[in-house]
Design a protein around this ligand. Structure first.
Ligand code: BGC
Length: 712
């Protein structure tokens, strides 16, 4: 059929407009984008106008693994990126911080803010603009190879920890990137296996932590994950990226892909992705030009992507100052101190039979330290790995804490094949005659991707075993049978199988991955100089079969089953709903002192918040910090709903005998539930039962408060 003349003309015109050279503003005016006094918005629009279509396309892909592209003609530099979740990885040696899971175990948002600021300073010391952290996918199963990078199983804890960390990073003029958006809860075949879950589960759990982080932390960047969600890859998912992240949450920043999480140019272009990393394998002229010419992708869509990138760069002042701040030492004592603080606040005491810990120097003079993780510093691997300046293993940390010489620390190496200390039977005799034994076990991945540490690896791109690495459980049982004063120190991103050894060990400390200086905190906790105050950010099951995801978590044996059949009942929500006893509940952690909680009060504060107050008294003889946790049950008792959910928490330090009133707040938005039929958030009206205590399973205080949609 003959094309009507007018229509043909308009098509020709549209093509001419598309490929026309960028409109060049008059030469005699100083370019607005170079004017540090102009607003980021005005500078962005001005620079955008000056770019050709080819230049715009160039900006949509990265280069050299960790850089954006620059446009020399206009003096637009390439900006630098770096991982990641255990320190600033990609710019030489650095301070290694605790793993993310440990930061979450501190339940301390102020600390997370300080630690974030410390990452930000480390980034500035190295001229890094974009920090590819924090990682914040929810903990669904212990085997996920990346749990150590993340903030545990609860969306509020994860969201608030991430928000505070982001604020800290960005306070230093560095962009934080929350990742991996979204529902990336296993590493096994992460590019291919679709996370299949209903909208309510997504909204209430796996998106909710990201939503809280965007709302409270205002991160400049979000990174899309590798996996498809309900069949559609995250990087080409318009519902996820355009409707929810941008439309509903108002995210104005830059959305980048995970490294090579790119599968289709048109899908990515229209699915909301702004920047393809580490290079434009799909976002390049050869692939995008035909899509522009055919009208499948509009120039406005491309402009919007460029706009988002430039705006972040102007907002953070990167055009106006060097990012590298040479006044900050690369090996910064302040960073080491921040790492010490997070390790001290996160190491979690889970078992302490007969108050074995802290090791009293009058009774426990000779302390044998041994095990596969006794000597080396421990860390998770993959892109979270940081090569540190200082390498401090557990023995060094414990020796440092024993410096007053009342304790004698006897390090013993370990012979895994023979399952005995390296000096064989002599070694066993030393274990037997020691006053106490500290046995350091768990995972360790002392290399990025280069070092194969066998089945002790814990890192991205693979899931890990649930059992401890080979021989370790037998070794613990053997040592603990010989010496009843055995303390187990565990390094892992989550829980492990314990059935064969937990009954034999007198004490258990979860040390996660404590970072450069964290083993100093471990030593001080063992000898009592630091009182442990970490609380589990995940539920620790007695056996894997008890967990919510059991039976529908993908693995070699069940490769295609990743339907989140547990729905909204993740973690403690599952244990509570099913009446199953966990080994250690979510929120649980012991102290060397005791706390008494009383007087829970709840009152509405304005239309959008509820305030709580709780009295906390330190009734013991040591100073210590307690985490007050408030859980809520909405009215209605709807079927399939968790009996209670965490809605507020706060950490308070108390001297012996001291009492403080802790004031906590929850936003009404965080009390809402997703109404699947109406497809919107709603606040069930009626009496809310609020319970407070020191773990999800010890909630002695209770109060009720009537709440209604649109006000009390
Ligand atoms: C990881 C990201 C990381 C990126 C760059 C990917 O393999 O999934 O978290 O930021 O590599 O190292």
């Amino acid at each position: 059929m003959k094309r009507p003349l007018l229509l043909s003309l308009s098509i020709v015109l549209a093509l001419v407009v598309r490929s026309a050279p960028a409109q060049a503003p008059a030469d005699d005016q100083p370019p607005v984008y170079k004017d540090a006094q102009a607003s980021a918005e005005a500078r962005t629009e001005d620079l955008l106008k000056r770019l050709t279509t080819e230049e715009k396309i160039k900006l949509l892909g990265g280069q050299h693994d960790f850089y954006t592209q620059g446009i020399e003609r206009l003096g637009l530099p390439a900006f630098r990126m770096s991982d990641g979740p255990q320190g600033v990885r990609c710019a030489g040696p650095s301070t290694a911080y605790t793993a993310g899971i440990a930061l979450a175990a501190s339940w301390d948002t102020e600390l997370a803010r300080k630690v974030g600021a410390s990452y930000g300073r480390d980034a500035r010391a190295r001229g890094v603009h974009y920090l590819l952290a924090p990682g914040m996918n929810l903990y669904r199963a212990p085997m996920n190879g990346r749990n150590f990078e993340y903030y545990g199983e609860d969306p509020l804890l994860s969201g608030l920890t991430a928000a505070a960390f982001v604020q800290g990073v960005q306070s230093q003029g560095v962009a934080a990137t929350i990742k991996h958006f979204a529902a990336n809860n296993q590493e096994y075949q992460r590019h291919d296996i679709s996370s299949d879950l209903d909208e309510r589960t997504l909204r209430e759990l796996y998106l909710r932590n990201f939503q809280i982080a965007v709302r409270e932390g205002q991160p400049k960047c979000v990174m899309n994950s590798y996996n498809p969600i309900n069949g559609v890859h995250a990087t080409e998912n318009p519902w996820l990226n355009n409707d929810v992240l941008r439309g509903e949450w108002g995210f104005k920043g830059l959305l980048m892909s995970d490294w090579d999480a790119s599968y289709n140019a048109e899908g990515m272009a229209n699915g909301g992705l702004d920047l393809e990393m580490p290079s434009g394998k799909f976002f390049n002229e050869a692939k995008l030009k035909p899509l522009l010419d055919s009208g499948k992708v509009s120039l406005e869509t491309i402009d919007e992507k460029v706009r988002r990138q430039l705006r972040v760069e102007f907002e953070l002042g990167w055009f106006d100052r060097p990012q590298e701040d040479q006044s900050i030492p690369k090996d910064d004592p302040a960073s080491v101190e921040a790492n010490m603080a997070e390790a001290a606040g996160s190491i979690t005491l889970l078992k302490n039979e007969g108050n074995l810990l802290p090791l009293n120097p009058e009774k426990f003079k000779n302390v044998v330290v041994l095990g596969p993780n006794a000597f080396l510093p421990t860390t998770g691997g993959g892109s979270g790995f940081v090569s540190y300046f200082h390498a401090l293993g557990a023995v060094a940390g414990i020796e440092d804490a024993a410096h007053d010489a009342r304790h004698k620390v006897i390090p013993l190496t370990w012979e895994p094949e023979q399952n005995v200390p390296a000096n064989g039977e002599e070694g066993i005799a030393m274990v037997r005659s020691a006053d106490a034994v500290v046995i350091c076990v768990g995972f360790n991945d002392p290399g990025c991707w280069q070092v194969d540490h066998g089945s002790a690896n814990e890192r991205e791109d693979q899931d890990r075993r649930y059992d401890l690495p080979p021989e370790q459980d037998k070794f613990i049982a053997r040592v603990a049978k010989v010496n009843p004063h055995t303390v187990v120190v565990l390094n892992a991103g989550g829980s492990v199988a314990t059935a064969s050894w937990i009954g034999h060990a007198a004490a258990l400390l979860h040390a996660y991955y404590p970072g450069t200086a964290g083993n100093l905190a471990l030593g001080r906790i063992l000898f009592g100089e630091v009182n442990p105050s970490g609380k589990l950010p995940f539920s620790w099951e007695k056996r894997w079969q008890d967990s919510a995801a059991y039976g529908n978590y993908p693995s070699k044996e069940h490769p295609h089953s990743n339907t989140y059949k547990e729905g909204v009942l993740l973690g403690y929500r599952w244990f509570d709903a099913k009446g199953t006893e966990p080994l250690f509940p979510f929120g649980f952690g012991l102290s060397y002192t005791q706390f008494v909680l009383s007087d829970l009060k709840a009152e509405q504060s304005g239309e959008d918040a509820v305030n709580f107050s709780v009295q906390v008294r330190n009734s013991g003889e040591r100073a210590g910090a307690e985490v007050v946790q408030v859980y809520a049950a909405p009215p209605g008792g709807e079927e399939g709903r968790a009996p209670r959910e965490l809605k507020a928490y706060g950490k308070v330090l108390l001297q012996p005998g001291e009492t403080k009133t802790v004031i906590l707040k929850t936003k009404v938005a965080d009390l809402m539930v997703w109404d699947s039929a109406a497809k919107k958030w709603t606040l069930p009206s009626g009496d809310y039962v609020f319970q407070a205590g020191d773990s999800s399973r010890n909630l002695p205080l209770k109060t009720t408060l009537g709440l209604h949609q649109g006000g009390a």
